[in-house]
Design a protein around this ligand. Structure first.
Ligand code: ADP
Ligand code: MG
Length: 341
């Protein structure tokens, strides 16, 4: 098995270049020059986003396979493009590699990157490679595009707007808990695997984002949930000095999460509210469009839940419990890198 000490930086880049074929006619130059060159389209705006994953902070190679890691690094970036109503089309990868890294590992990492790029028709057009003394890091930069007048921002919601979320909430956080636990006694194997899968193999909601962008709906704000529902709903409210009323009854909890919580005596609502790494889309629309939206998602055979409404109580997120009582939620209950909990 070869490692990077034998291959060197340029040997590695050549190896990657020979495996990554340029397919899109939009890419005039991919790997091999000082910049990637690609053509843009009329009537669109360009979206860019970048996200870094650092070993020991964002992932542990004991719990994620190299292929899953490559896939996930790309998925979380794709999710950011989807959160603006856009479609990704190009990506750059920066790698920090400990010199002992094997070429087999890198091949698997790139097979994960390539798999998800293929399914979204994203071109892997370049990157950077450096040595890292100890930990692996992987940074992805994605470019996307959206129709000029169909870009959805975090700001823009108004009191009375209705809040929707795609998919289920809290599964990824529970999957992470299971991966980290010494004792793996968490429900049935089927449920356990479903939760772990949601954590290791998140699905960016590009299809749903496209559905919204192509519809006549007035989407007043949108975000992808990476830090947990409460915190990210707080982001939709904060700049416009708004609040929200959430309904416990309508929070989407998977059968797997529900059953594991039942066994462990956890409250599924807490997991749905605070989870993190769900990568679901959270967005607001006008109250008169609620029926249209539900029909649109039903026709597309895609799950969406009507979970809250926007209020004019500044930064106050209220939860109406199943028994009718109301509690105020603390928005800062999600992940924060530089804050000690
Ligand atoms: P420079 O010295 O200008 O930074 P590099 O030698 O780093 O150029 O890169 C040469 C080419 O290889 C560029 O096209 C770059 O985008 C590509 N490249 C470098 N590292 C990677 C990587 N990890 N994945 C994909 N492409 C890469
Ligand atoms: Mg370089």
């Amino acid at each position: 098995m070869t490692n990077l000490k034998q291959l060197g930086e340029f040997g590695l880049i050549e190896r990657l270049r020979s495996k990554l074929n340029t397919r899109s006619p939009r890419v005039k130059k991919g790997i091999g020059d000082d910049c990637a060159v690609f053509s843009t389209r009329q009537n669109t705006v360009q979206l860019t986003s970048t996200d870094a994953l650092i070993e020991s902070i964002h992932f542990d190679l004991k719990t994620i396979s190299p292929k899953q890691l490559g896939r996930k690094a790309m998925a979380v970036n794709i999710s950011d493009i989807a959160a603006m109503g856009g479609t990704p089309y190009l990506a750059l990868i920066s790698l920090g590699l400990p010199p002992s890294t094997s070429t087999e590992f890198i091949d698997k990492l790139y097979s994960g990157l390539q798999t998800i790029c293929d399914s979204h028709k994203i071109e892997l057009a370049g990157g950077d490679t450096v040595a890292s003394p100890k930990h692996l890091f992987i940074n992805v930069c994605v470019l996307g595009e959206a129709y000029r007048n169909r870009v959805f921002y975090r700001t823009g919601a108004k009191p009375g707007d209705q809040v929707f979320v795609t998919g289920n909430l809290g599964d990824s956080a529970m999957g992470f808990r299971i991966l980290m636990a010494k004792n793996k006694n968490f429900g049935t194997a089927k449920h356990k695997n479903a939760l772990i899968k949601k954590h290791l193999e998140p699905i960016p909601r590009v299809k749903e984002s496209n559905l919204l962008a192509k519809s006549r709906l007035k989407v007043t704000s949108m975000i992808d949930i990476s830090d947990g529902l409460t915190q990210d709903l707080g982001h939709l409210c904060a700049k416009d000095n708004l609040g929200a009323n959430l309904y416990e009854n309508s929070l989407p909890v998977s059968e797997a999460l529900y059953n594991v919580c039942l066994q462990k005596r956890y409250d599924p609502t807490t997991w749905a509210l605070q989870g993190g790494e769900d990568y679901e889309l959270l967005f607001t629309i006008k109250p008169e469009d609620v029926k249209y939206l539900k029909r649109l998602f039903l026709k597309a055979n895609t799950f969406v839940s009507h979970i809250a409404e926007i209020t004019n109580s500044p930064k106050k997120i209220m939860l109406t419990k199943k028994n009718g009582s109301k509690v105020s939620l603390e928005p800062a209950t999600g992940f924060n890198h530089f804050k000690q909990k």
